[in-house]
Design a protein around this ligand. Structure first.
Ligand code: TMP
Length: 236
């Protein structure tokens, strides 16, 4: 497979065409942004960690019956993925109150939720990714009822698996964001990435933050935090 022209550059990844119509190459950058790109920075080595971590987790999720875009890791920063049209929804699952949930509902950060929650945001930078409900998704035509039901089922399955998986590594999966895409034959697959950029990870004992909140909140130590999650995942 040959990597061809760059199609798109996002905040954290570049996407390239290939000589195979159904495959793309994603290239993970060290760039970090927060607050819809208002805050910019670099987390040195992040691209290498996120590429490896996301690929590891997606391969595990495939075995749990969640189809993903993952095809093959090509290099430290590059992965071949299935070409999909991204459904413009951020699918956010939460186990513990934090971030925008705590702010919106006045629930103290760290409060364990009575059951996992799921919400959608409309992926639209111009609008600042607003919260959106299912009726609005259907009314605008961002997804169908069947697609929303499948996405919801997959998102909770991802949560149940990853929550237990990370707990064995003494990591609390606080919340995370997923994106789904549709392949040329209409199959819904998990896309984008699963990494400390898109998940909140807390150490079970110390509650130390091991994710991008360190960057968002100017706490420092983001490189070490990303490395620590990877270290626990690989057992190295
Ligand atoms: P929130 O509490 O800020 O809404 O974030 C919920 C989860 O989603 C958290 O794990 C971080 C992740 N997230 C992204 O991956 N991308 C985003 O643009 C935002 C706002 C959150």
């Amino acid at each position: 497979m040959e990597k061809l022209a760059q199609l798109y550059e996002g905040k954290a990844k570049k996407v390239y065409a290939t000589d195979q119509p159904d495959l793309l190459v994603v290239d993970y950058k060290d760039d970090a942004t927060a607050f819809n790109g208002e805050k910019k920075g670099t987390i040195l080595g992040k691209g290498v960690i996120n590429n490896r971590m996301s690929n590891m987790l997606m391969q595990l999720l495939e075995k749990e019956g969640v189809p993903t875009h993952y095809v093959q890791e090509l290099s430290e920063r590059e992965t071949a993925v299935k070409k999909v049209s991204i459904i413009p929804l951020e699918v956010i699952v939460r186990n513990i109150a934090a971030g925008s949930f705590s702010k919106r509902y006045g629930v103290e950060e760290g409060t364990r939720l009575k059951q996992p929650s799921l919400e959608f945001s409309y992926k639209n930078d111009d609008l600042g990714d607003p919260l959106i409900n299912e009726y609005h998704v259907l009314a605008i035509g961002l997804a169908t009822r069947e697609e929303l039901d499948l996405i919801t089922e997959y998102a909770f399955r991802v949560n149940e698996f990853l929550k237990a998986y990370f707990l064995r590594l003494d990591i609390e999966l606080v919340d995370f964001k997923l994106e789904f895409g549709k392949t040329s034959d209409g199959t819904i697959v998990l896309a984008d990435e699963i990494s400390p950029d898109t998940c909140r990870f807390w150490d079970v004992h110390t509650h130390e933050k091991l994710d991008k909140d360190r960057f968002r909140r100017d706490m420092g130590g983001e490189v070490e935090a990303y490395k620590e999650v990877m270290r626990r995942l690989t057992g190295e």
